[in-house]
Design a protein around this ligand. Structure first.
Ligand SMILES: [Zn+2]
Length: 379
């Protein structure tokens, strides 16, 4: 960690002359050893660089960079000639996305830790597609995540410089969180600082100003035994994902009219319809296999049905078509936040309401009806 690598001081520089020391086959791939420390190997939770090696008239793409036996190794699908000089061109799209995802991660995790000091960073992986972190030690909720997301967005808008300094490991303040596997291993540590937001020991590549993150979005989270796994994206990709999600909703706004701010209610409704449908199918299966619930109470036939997913209009239609014969009672009940019921009687001495109205009223509900039909409801 004593050396200053070019990707630490000038992460935008993407072309370097190098010397190819060796090229060996390893499985289906080739490991190309490069003498100069100009590309970044995977490590500290960040993926390796990708790019192209130009050697004479030929060029070979490398798909990863690793550190093997302390040597810098480019991983490629085809070989290059060893003991020759070459030019390396770094895939700046991949690296740039990693820089944005990684700096976004610093800000995000720092914000979470500010609110929840007991939280520690577990698994971490950042590449050019997305970032994933495990936040452990304290229970976190969705609101904590979107709160931290807002802080990252705030840092982006404020365009804060991202600085680097080198500090003796023994002099690091307790406020500087050492990233996994770094603390104590090096005499001098590199500290990445975003003033007012974060200060972390880290060997990764970052943007030089928070404005370069452009946009940061949590795209998923999953609760685990000891914490929460959060996936996020930054930059253009985050914008594209937001755009495509928004447009999916916008497309449906016209075929199924609703206001944008009602999307939560629309989804809740869709979920409750799906739940009700499942209950209704269960009920249908019961009707087809066991028939209608019916019992004999002192010579009066008592039928009672629980009808999830139907509404009061459906219930009225059923009652209208109902043909009760002999002394009988039928109770239909539609469960929901605002439950509805009807009691239909036949050849009984009292009005239908006499048998049920007081029960419904006791539950804070109300109802009414004719001689042999009572309709009521309660919340
Ligand atoms: Zn970092």
């Amino acid at each position: 960690m004593n050396d200053e690598f070019p990707y630490w001081t000038d992460p935008e520089k993407d072309e370097f002359p190098v010397t190819i020391e060796a090229c060996t086959k390893s499985g289906k791939q080739y490991e190309i050893v490069v003498r100069e420390e100009v590309v970044r190997a995977a490590g500290g939770g960040q993926a390796g660089d990708k790019g192209t090696i130009y050697a004479g008239d030929e060029f070979v793409e490398f798909i990863d960079t690793a550190r093997i036996d302390r040597k810098l190794v480019l991983v490629a699908n085809s070989p290059v000639e060893a003991e020759k000089s070459a030019i390396i061109k770094i895939d700046t799209q991949w690296r740039g996305a990693m820089m944005r995802n990684h700096t976004g991660e610093h800000l995000f995790v720092a914000s979470i830790k500010k609110e929840h000091p007991e939280v520690s960073l577990g698994y971490i992986w950042i590449d050019g597609e997305r970032g994933t972190v495990d936040l452990e030690g304290e229970e976190l909720h969705f609101d904590d995540l979107i709160g931290a997301e807002l802080v990252v967005q705030d840092a982006i808008e404020k365009a804060v410089p991202v600085g680097t300094k080198f500090v003796k490991a023994t002099e690091i303040s307790s406020q500087v969180r050492a990233r996994e596997g770094l603390s104590g291993k090096h005499e001098v540590m590199r500290i990445v600082e975003v003033e007012g937001y974060d200060s972390s020991a880290c060997s990764g590549i970052h943007v030089t100003n928070t404005r370069d993150i452009r946009f940061f979005k949590v795209i998923d989270f999953k609760t685990k035994d000891n914490g929460i796994r959060v996936t996020f994206v930054a930059g253009k990709k985050a914008g594209q994902m937001m755009e495509s999600t928004f447009n999916e909703i916008l497309r449906r706004k016209h075929s199924y009219p609703f206001e944008m701010e009602q999307i939560g209610d629309v989804l809740d409704k869709a979920k409750s319809i799906a739940d009700e449908r499942r209950l209704l199918v269960d009920k249908l299966i019961q009707f087809l296999t066991k028939g209608v619930d019916s019992e004999d109470v002192n010579g009066i036939t008592f039928r009672h049905e629980y009808l999830p997913g139907l509404d009061s209009k459906d219930m009225k239609a059923i009652v209208k078509k109902l043909c009760l014969s002999g002394p009988s009672v039928m109770l239909l009940f539609i469960p929901s936040g605002k439950s509805t019921l009807t009691l239909t009687t036949n050849e009984l001495p009292l009005d239908a309401s006499e048998y049920i109205a007081s029960i419904v009223e006791k539950m804070g509900g109300r109802g009414g009806g004719s001689h042999d039909v009572y309709t009521g409801g309660f919340s």
